[in-house]
Design a protein around this ligand. Structure first.
Ligand SMILES: Cc1cc2nc3c(=O)[nH]c(=O)nc-3n(C[C@H](O)[C@H](O)[C@H](O)COP(=O)(O)O)c2cc1C
Length: 468
């Protein structure tokens, strides 16, 4: 029981309970056995159509017919073994792309993963929709996704249902030039958000979710979480599925994964003109030295391949490896193949991925908790600093206010003293005036009487003498 489970993944009409797509592995590595086992466990199981007819006895007699027969039989077998999501990986560059597509439509594959070329021209969209199948192009850049979706919109009035973004750490043929494999801007961490952004306008105008599925070098549960956090809704993994009991390859093919060391994982130039990642061995070393190891060409399965100039037939080499004859062929693998340490039952691999995912979520939460606590502690320390500063400021203000008050009080006291002296002086002056008035009032009748007496002694003035 897991508390933190991986989210579900919806592709077209169907939903897988795990967001894990088992990458298609051509020439018999992922057939009905592996695909149905993955689908039964809740992932998306994928049968690879490329070179599928090589499991038939008459491939060299009629390659096209063998491919079609094997495709149909494997799809039916997978359907009989699981009701989960079964997809098919078809190479657009294959010369029988249209015929294989027809079989997948007739057999009602849930999803059609289309890589090694752009699935744009002559796609029977109406028939695909009528069969209820989802279309999932495999791209290695946002530009390729944009191109496919714009073309579909114009030509079909429809768009694909999801996109696999395959980065430079994937196994098998790679959609990059050798020089670009290590470029920082080509890494899956950059490509996933780039493709998601390229799809956003189409998701909006068609009002549907278009999940991005990240592929290439995804090894454990922590990787799954990382790419889901970068905006993917699912992951496509192949290398891990090779080293399971259920993988359809011979045990010796799987053991080559267990035995390989980091220095054994190498980049080859495939006869089809693309770089590929594989486990170094004698066969590849001979090819690199120019030793030609050409078996006959059953039919020209790939337009770009011309057996007259190739060092070997890639289909025959991969078929030999699948059968465990690694001296006559080689194993494609992802960049992390050297980390594989055992061949395990599929359920054990999925348990490990689920556990790793949960552990990574918990680790993320613990880191988030530490980060949040650190942030809170920092904030508290900041608040404490602000508080101390405010307290110091307040004390300073109080001091200044006290001093100002003392200074003001001193001058008020002086004013008061002066006012008091003034009042006293005015009081004294008032007293003096009053005394003067009193003495005047006392002396006035006396002076009047004296004046009257003088007047009487002088007598009346003679009449007619105006002077006086
Ligand atoms: C043995 C092998 C065969 C592959 N064959 C195909 C193929 O036929 N078509 C294809 O589109 N991708 C092919 N791939 C790529 C895978 O589907 C997948 O996208 C990729 O390997 C994911 O990276 P990983 O292996 O690191 O998980 C192959 C990968 C491996 C390891």
């Amino acid at each position: 029981m897991y508390f933190f489970r991986m989210p579900r993944l919806t592709i077209g009409r169907r939903t897988a309970s795990l967001p894990i797509v088992q990458g298609g592995m051509g020439v018999g590595i992922s057939l009905a056995g592996l695909a149905s086992a993955v689908a039964r466990q809740g992932g998306v199981g994928v049968i690879a159509a490329n070179g599928i007819g090589m499991i038939e006895p008459d491939y060299y007699a009629d390659g096209r017919a063998a491919n079609i027969r094997a495709m149909r039989a494997q799809l039916r077998l997978a359907r009989a073994r699981s009701s989960g999501l079964i997809g098919v990986n078809i190479m657009v560059a294959a010369n029988d792309f249209q015929q294989l597509l027809d079989v997948c439509i007739e057999e009602k594959a849930d999803a059609l993963f289309m890589g090694a070329g752009l699935p744009i021209r002559n796609i029977p969209v109406a028939r695909i929709r009528a069969a209820g199948a989802a279309v999932v192009p495999i791209v290695s850049s946002g530009r390729a996704a944009e191109l496919i979706f714009s073309y579909w919109q114009r030509a079909y009035g429809d768009v694909p249902d999801a996109v696999v973004v395959e980065g430079p750490l994937a196994g098998g043929h790679l959609g990059f030039r050798v020089e670009a494999l290590n470029a920082p801007e080509q890494q899956l961490e950059v490509l996933v958000p780039q493709v998601r952004d390229a799809l956003a306008p189409f998701a909006a105008s068609f009002a549907k979710r278009i999940p991005v599925i990240a592929a290439g070098g995804i090894y454990d549960g922590a990787d799954i979480l990382k790419f889901l956090r970068l905006g993917a809704e699912g992951v496509q993994m192949a290398t891990r599925f090779v080293a399971t009991e259920e993988c359809d390859a011979d045990r010796r093919f799987k053991e080559a994964y267990v035995a390989c060391r980091p220095e054994d994982v190498t980049i080859i130039k495939s006869p089809v003109g693309m770089p590929g990642r594989a486990i170094r061995n004698r066969f590849l070393e001979d090819a690199a030295r120019g030793v030609r190891n050409v078996s006959r060409c059953a039919w020209r399965c790939l337009e770009q391949c011309d057996i007259r100039h190739a060092d070997y037939c890639i289909s025959a080499a991969l078929d030999n490896a699948r059968r465990g004859r690694l001296d006559q062929g080689f194993a494609f693998c992802g960049a992390n193949a050297h980390r594989v340490s055992a061949i395990v039952p599929l359920t054990a691999l999925l348990e490990e991925l689920k556990q790793g995912y949960e552990a990574a979520v918990l680790q993320g939460l613990a880191a988030l908790k530490d980060e949040t606590l650190g942030m809170i502690e920092g904030r508290i320390a900041g608040l404490r600093r602000d508080y101390d500063q405010a307290r110091r400021k307040l004390a300073g203000l109080r001091l200044r206010a006290g001093k100002a008050w003392d200074a003001r009080r001193g001058s008020l006291n002086e004013d008061l003293e002066r006012a008091r002296e003034l009042v006293e002086r005015l009081g004294r002056e008032r007293e003096a005036v009053r005394a003067k008035l009193d003495s005047l009032a006392r002396r006035f009748p006396e002076r009047l009487a004296r004046l009257q007496a003088i007047a009487r002694s002088i007598g009346p003035r003679p009449a007619g003498n105006p002077a006086g």
